[in-house]
Ligand binder design. Sequence first.
Ligand SMILES: [Zn+2]
Length: 380
Amino acid sequence: MGRAYRVARIAGIDIEIHPSWLLILGFVAWSLSDTFFPDHYRSWSTFAYWAVGISSAVLLFVTVLIHEMAHALVARHRGLPVPRITLFIFGGMSHMSRQPATAGEEFQIAAAGPATSILIALVSAGLGFAFREMSEKAEAILFYLAFVNLALGIFNILPGFPLDGGRVLRSIAWKRSGSFRQATRVASSVGELFGYGLIIAGFFILLAGGLLDGLWLAFIGWFLLGAARGEAANLQLEGVLRRLTARDVMQAEFPSVTPGTPVSEIVHDYMVGKGERAVMVANDGAVLGVITVSDVRRVPRDSWAQVPAQRIMTPRSNVITVNAAQPAVEVLVLLGEKGLNQVPVLEDGRMVGLVTRRELMDRIQLAERLDPVGEEPPAA
Ligand SMILES: [Zn+2]
């Protein structure tokens, strides 16, 4: 999807905006100011239409953010951290650090969003009636927010997985069958059908003359179709990784040098010579630190022969490590989140191996090929 930019931090959650969000914000503001409000309210000034249109568009996205915050706060309350929320062209997305552990947990997290949208709709409608006599412009903004949040709440109840309704559907199927994988397969299939349904409906609306509405609906359908398929593929990967620990995917033989080894020797013998991206610095089996390609890049080439490993290594206290018993899924997530190429594996405080991103991906592919179905994770 491309990168999003962090703009705020609310209650410990990073709020990110994807460039596509600005596009949709501009489009909504424009269509409200140019068509929607002039159609519903007569004889305002052009400035008033734009002021109300832009305010409504901004407030709409504030309510979308509140919807996402509702998911995130319920998730956190259940012990499932949400590091960030991304606002993008289709609204918002909360990034959970793991899959929910029980059907009940998933149900609560998913249902919190649409419930919040519908609550916002009711409150806005109430305020709209209260302000009716005082200000037509305040009334216009509040009724618009009520209408659009109601629509948002209803749309999110529809079973298009990974929409909230699809997640609610999965939690119910999960509760009934007791199987997370089977429930995900059911929800993804329904989600795919739903995506196709939207694309077809969009196509008919387009043929009937609703060019923009039709394209928009088809676009959303296409997005949901891809998301439902992605969710099924993710599950496959998780199923494979769930049974592996860091020990299973690490290499027990890792390159190591003594603290006094010159950088030139490390580059020549290990990095260029064997294609290693990281070399451990150890003394009698005790790891003191690690030298990576980026550490080497910081030293001018002509002093490589004089500088010892010890001086440029990242000391062990600053090196991110994993435990040998940690699930491989977590290691993969960690490598991705921290942008690392490798991570040392510890057991009882001693380094027993190294997991590299390249090796981990190879293992995953191999495991997928040998065991494409995977097995049920332990009952949650
Ligand atoms: Zn939601």
